[in-house]
Design a protein around this ligand. Sequence first.
Ligand code: GYE
Length: 319
Amino acid sequence: MKRRTVLVAMAAAPLGAMLPLSAFAQKPIVLGFAQVGAESEWRTANTESIKSSAKEAGIDLKFSDAQQKQENQIKAIRSYIAQKVDVIAFSPVVETGWETVLVEAKNAKIPVVLTDRAISSKDDSLYVTFIGSDFTEEGRKAGRWLVEKEKGNPGPINIVELQGTVGSAPAIDRKKGFEEIIKSDPKFKIIRSQTGDFTRAKGKEVMEAFLKAEGKKINVLYAHNDDMAIGAIQAIEEAGMKPGKDIIIISVDGVKGAFEAMMAGKLNVSVECSPLLGPQLMSVVKDIKAGKSVPKRIVTQESIFPMEVAAKEFPNRKY
Ligand code: GYE
């Protein structure tokens, strides 16, 4: 009889009375992030945003840099699967070739979030959501700016294009959006188009080749990111021409380096692409772990900055 009473009392006691305190300190969520690389000012700001917001959100971040190589990203994702992280996020360097590793993550029941760049796959069950910009719209913004700028100019207007990394979502879509707009007027002609891999060094090198081949025929440079435009500016100056005047320059990202170039009159316009995706990513990761549903697509809000507003906007820029 006595024994029975004791048992009842124990069952009625709050759970906490029987468990060590440490069982209540919640384990932090572990997030494995496979970054593209460190190819541009944009990427540096993106990495910094992810690291600082993980810290702020109390998320345990495992971070790797793939040096712009898909095979390195795949290796990193596999190692996150092996470590049984809670969530995997990555910015796919190119659009294709992800099915195998993403099926492995799915089989391991590890949710995957795409940030910044998309993949092209028919199976959208391979990832929970994609957080990032609308690159096609960025290309259209660049095109609309040029159409407006050259209104009344009968042309021809010869354009050279510095593409981003071959096969990457931003390179494919920024090209597509831009062409969609300029094709409405045959005076616009893309006379050369080549990849500069999103880096300053390559941007400069390819622009040198463009200048050698086409010289003064070039009226406009459309660069898929600011870093390549900044590299190209150097090449144009070294060729004795004035960037921003002899050659109109349009680029994408809106990083500080681009604002400096605009304030110096050497870059005409930069279409904004925000790298500050960290806070959104962390909140999505928490929602996924809490079993909440998240939208399949989260689009970043962005603007466009012509050189005329650069000095006024510069102090507000965060990257
Ligand atoms: O525009 C470029 C970077 O994927 C949006 O990658 C990103 C692009 C960005 O290297 O500067």
